[in-house]
Design a protein around this ligand. Structure first.
Ligand SMILES: [Zn+2]
Length: 310
């Protein structure tokens, strides 16, 4: 990259209202549709919206972006993006960049999404207790060790801290063993995971329709792991899955968003090997000096805290 990229990148996940087609009675909260619309109104006053192909051209050919450029991005390929987001963007003649998981041939929910469902159903204390009961004494020891390690980062005295603590342990230290265990809890407390997963992620038909409406897609891995927690071979497998899935969706080279914003030192090289020319993090920044570390602003957090858009 010859010169730093000046670009406000907004990041969104769930955009939904209780009881709508995306929320579907799951109890999983998201950014209310009306708040999302209001944020787009606000952004449009300060920014010029650009598309992924504008950003790609800027990165590859050095063609400058308009002043105060803003790119809208959406993570995880959840149905909210088809039912709520795509329609809103289409009506406004805007495009979004959707970092969907490659779920072709998969019939389960990824770990973080299983956690969302179970948290919405059981609440934090009961979920933690239900998991604890199913762990072996050796696993309990590692659980407790991991929790102690994260207490420096996430204070257990606040509700948010407790939530982030539990998520960190489950999504990192115990990720391989709790994956099955959470599926068991899902079947017990919620129902058939396969049916839920089928209704939860975008299907190929919806993706085609969104692409025909001018939406762009990028990679977000297949299983949503922390990249700094898995080994290099697994990182390769995850990136290859994204690249192969994207081949059927839109011409490359593509963009990628690191799951949880987790980065390993070799990520840029591996991404380049697999046909990705840019990668997006969860670091809050609007000046970017490396195309594989493009920061983003969390739209939902801004809506809740009333921060400025930078
Ligand atoms: Zn994600």
């Amino acid at each position: 990259m010859n010169q730093p990229l000046e670009l406000t990148v907004m990041m969104y996940h769930y955009v939904r209202d209780p009881g709508d087609e995306a929320e579907a009675g799951s109890g999983i909260p998201g950014m209310p549709v009306r708040i999302f619309q209001a944020q787009l109104d606000e952004l449009s006053k300060r920014h010029t919206f650009v598309t992924w192909s504008d950003v790609r051209t800027a990165l590859q050919d050095g063609k400058p972006l308009p002043g105060s450029a803003c790119l809208l991005t959406f993570d995880d390929g959840v149905r909210d993006h088809y039912y709520n987001v795509c329609r809103i963007l289409r009506d406004r003649n805007l495009s979004g960049l959707f970092f969907a998981l490659d779920r072709l041939g998969a019939d389960d929910l990824t770990l973080p999404h299983k956690i969302h469902f179970l948290l919405a159903k059981l609440g934090l204390p009961l979920l933690r207790e239900s998991i604890w009961k199913k762990l072996s004494s050796e696993q309990r020891e590692r659980f407790a060790d991991a929790e102690r390690g994260y207490q420096r980062k996430y204070s257990p005295t606040s509700m948010d801290g407790q939530l982030n603590l539990l998520k960190a342990v489950l999504q990192r230290d115990l990720s391989s063993e709790v994956n099955m265990l959470l599926s068991e809890l899902f079947e017990t407390h919620i129902g058939a995971e396969k049916e839920t997963a089928q209704a939860y992620y975008l299907n190929p038909e919806q993706i085609r329709e969104m692409a025909a409406d001018g939406m762009h897609f990028g990679g977000h891995s297949r299983n949503h792991p922390w990249f700094d927690w898995i080994n290099v071979d697994t990182r390769r497998v995850e990136l290859k899955a994204s690249a192969e899935w994207l081949q059927g969706v839109e011409p490359g080279p593509w963009a990628f968003a690191y799951p949880y914003g987790g980065i390993a030192g070799d990520s840029p090289n591996l991404l380049a090997e697999h046909g990705f020319v840019a990668a997006f993090t969860t670091q809050t920044q609007v000046h970017h000096s490396d195309p594989y570390f493009i920061g983003r602003l969390d739209g939902e957090e801004i809506a809740q805290n009333g921060q400025t858009y930078g």
